[in-house]
Design a protein around this ligand. Structure first.
Ligand code: PBG
Length: 341
């Protein structure tokens, strides 16, 4: 009878000259061979800005995320800047909604005012404005409806163009259309160029799926469709070839940055878009992805900091250059704290 130790001893046939564990032996060695890293300059913090009549405060389904007033948004941008987060993505929550999203292109609208307030408070901060209609329509769809109740693609383009111009006039740095209408990138590029804004980049939500992960956002932005769903304009989750086609179409129409959204369940597509294009690729770590982590962490089931570190670097590993995430502020604060220690 041989002992357990003898049994477990490697046979001669096992090649143990290759020992990957050699490079994991110490923190310094692991740091030396580390392949990817999250840069604070790659992170974008979404900010919800509400008109006066809307309730401020924490969003129930997104612990740690707030609806800000216009002034509050400017103060938040200043805090973010001090922590090293220099880009924000604005979402408006208007007091007034109608069937044609009139308040989306109001020069005195909530996003237009927030752009001006942030620009004057922190001129260095890069302001990206989400461009969509669902927060501004009373029916909650991303465009104008035709008589059958379907979203009218071409009529919606005109509306998007008007809103994009009003953001440009307010001083926005980047426009991020998230509506998923066909041809919107080409239309918006032409509209901006013809109106004296050829230098405003378009960050296209190119690969955007009809996803259950947007649930908490719709609570936050009060943008749940009143009937039906978004499946006739947002993409069908099982489709990967179509995602590449959508990305290439937007590239062809003049998108400067291509985004994949959601991120965690669509990492294969972050990689795919990275490989078929040479523009910067963004991913959106959406509300449901944030809330899942928060809920588990608040229950003591996972270590939030570790999990967030893993998630953010996995986006970089997958090929993302830009990461839109509700964790940006916390993450930056943690990095700043540990450097100070
Ligand atoms: C607007 C828009 C949505 C999100 C970003 N822009 C909601 C949606 O498409 O229903 C979702 C962001 C998130 O879940 O964090 N169309």
């Amino acid at each position: 009878m041989s002992s357990l130790a003898e049994l477990l001893r490697p046979r001669a046939a096992v090649d143990l000259t290759k020992r990957p564990r050699r490079l994991r032996a110490s923190p310094a060695l692991r740091a030396l061979v580390r392949e990817n890293e999250v840069r604070l300059s790659s992170l974008v913090q979404p900010i919800f800005v509400a008109d006066d009549g809307q309730t401020k405060g924490e969003i129930t389904s997104m612990p740690g995320v707030f609806r800000f007033s216009v002034d509050g948004a400017a103060a938040e941008a200043r805090e973010l800047h001090a922590l090293g987060i220099e880009a924000v993505l604005l979402f408006g929550i208007p007091d007034f909604k109608d069937s044609v999203a009139s308040s989306a292109h109001d020069p005195g609208g909530v996003v237009q005012r927030a752009i001006r307030a942030i620009k004057s408070a922190v001129p260095e901060t890069l302001i990206v404005a989400d461009l969509c209609n669902c927060e501004y329509t009373d029916h909650g769809h991303c465009g104008i409806l035709d008589e059958r109740g379907d979203v009218d693609n071409d009529a919606t383009l005109e509306l998007l163009g008007r809103t994009a111009l009003s953001y440009a006039e307010a001083g926005v740095d980047v426009i991020a259309p998230s509506d998923m209408m066909d041809g919107r990138i080409g239309y918006l590029r032409a509209t901006l160029d013809a109106s004296g804004y050829p230098n405003i980049p378009i960050m296209s939500y190119a690969v955007k799926f009809a996803s259950g992960f947007y649930g908490p956002f719709r609570d936050a932005a009060d943008s749940t469709p009143q009937f039906g769903d978004r499946r006739t304009y947002q993409m069908d989750p099982p489709n990967a070839r179509e995602a590449v086609r959508e990305a290439l179409l937007d590239l062809d129409e003049g998108a400067d940055v291509l985004m994949v959204k959601p991120a965690l369940a669509y990492m294969d597509l972050i990689r795919a878009v990275r490989e078929v294009s040479d523009v910067p690729v963004a991913c959106y770590n959406v509300s449901g992805e944030y809330s899942m982590v928060k809920a588990a962490a608040l229950n003591g089931w996972i270590d939030e900091d570790r999990v967030v570190d893993e998630i953010l670097v996995s986006f970089v590993r997958a090929g993302a250059d830009i990461i839109i995430t509700y964790f940006a502020k916390d993450y930056a604060r943690r990095r700043t704290d540990s450097r100070g220690r």
